[in-house]
Design a protein around this ligand. Structure first.
Ligand SMILES: *Cc1c(COP(=O)(O)O)cnc(C)c1O
Length: 221
C-alpha cells in the first residue's frame, strides 16, 4: 500500500517538484516500505524521533526537519539533516548558524512564512520576512544557506482560502527574488502542500510538497 502510494505520487508530481514523505509518528518499517519504492526524502517534526530513526535507515536518506524547532534542540539537529524547513524566528536562525559553524557544517534552511488564519502557526509574517531580506540580514550568516521559503495554508475546507494562502506564500518568494542586488545564490525552493492540498499548492508554484497521511495513513499520537 505504502509503496503504491509512493509510486502514484511520483507519477502525478510534475517534473521539478520534489516529494518529502512525512514520516513523523510512523515506525521505521513503514519508512522502509517507502524507501524500497524509491523514496529518499523523509520529513520529521521532532528532533528526538529523527535522531532515533537516522541510524535505522539507509545512509542515503535525505532528512527534512519540518516541525517547530526549540532552541535547546538545535545543537542536536545541526549536521543531521538535508534541510531545516521551519526557521520561524531570527533568534532560531542565529542559533542554527552559530551551532553549524561550531560543528563545521553548513545548514540548508527554509524561512517559514505565516499566512494561515490559525494563531498557533509559527513563522514570519510576509511583510516582516520581506523587510528582513531587504535589510540583507542574511549576509551576517556564516554557516547557513537560505534555500527558500516554506508555508502552510489555513486548516480549512475552503479551497479558495487555501489557494489564496498558497498564492501569498509564492508571492513572498517571488518578491524576495525581485529585491535588487540581493545575491541570494540557490534561493529556489518553495515548500508548500500536504496530503489534502498538494495539487493546489503545485498549481500555485510549489516545488517541494510534504505528504504524510496519504502515504502512511493516519498518525497515532
Ligand atoms: C505533518 C506535517 C505535514 C504532513 O501532513 P499530512 O496532512 O499528513 O500530509 C506537512 N507539513 C508539516 C509542516 C507537517 O507538520
Amino acid at each position: 500500500m505504502i509503496a503504491e502510494r509512493i509510486r502514484t505520487l511520483h507519477e502525478e508530481l510534475p517534473a521539478g517538484v520534489e516529494l518529502v514523505a512525512v514520516s513523523k509518528f510512523h515506525p521505521v518499517d513503514a519508512l522502509m516500505q517507502a524507501y524500497d519504492a524509491g523514496q529518499r526524502r523523509f520529513g520529521e517534526s521532532r528532533v528526538q524521533e529523527l535522531i532515533e530513526k537516522i541510524p535505522q535507515m539507509p545512509a542515503d536518506v535525505k532528512w527534512h526537519f519540518i516541525g517547530h524547532l526549540q532552541t535547546n534542540k538545535v545543537r542536536h539537529l545541526v549536521g543531521k539533516c538535508e534541510m531545516i524547513e521551519s526557521v520561524d524566528s531570527d533568534k532560531l536562525l542565529e542559533l542554527i548558524d552559530r551551532e553549524s559553524e561550531r560543528a563545521g557544517v553548513v545548514s540548508r534552511v527554509l524561512m517559514q512564512v505565516h499566512v494561515a488564519k490559525e494563531e498557533t502557526k509559527f513563522g514570519f509574517l510576509p511583510e516582516e520576512l520581506l523587510s528582513w531580506f531587504k535589510d540583507k540580514k542574511f549576509e551576517a550568516l556564516k554557516a547557513t544557506h537560505i534555500c527558500g521559503v516554506m508555508g502552510m495554508a489555513s486548516n480549512t475546507d475552503d479551497m479558495n482560502r487555501v489557494g489564496s494562502d498558497f498564492a501569498e506564500i509564492r508571492r513572498v518568494f517571488d518578491e524576495i527574488l525581485a529585491i535588487p542586488d540581493l545575491n541570494l545564490r540557490g534561493f529556489d525552493t518553495v515548500s508548500m502542500g500536504m496530503s489534502g492540498d498538494w495539487p493546489l499548492a503545485v498549481e500555485h508554484g510549489s516545488n517541494l510538497v510534504r505528504v504524510g497521511t496519504y502515504i502512511f495513513g493516519p498518525r497515532e499520537y
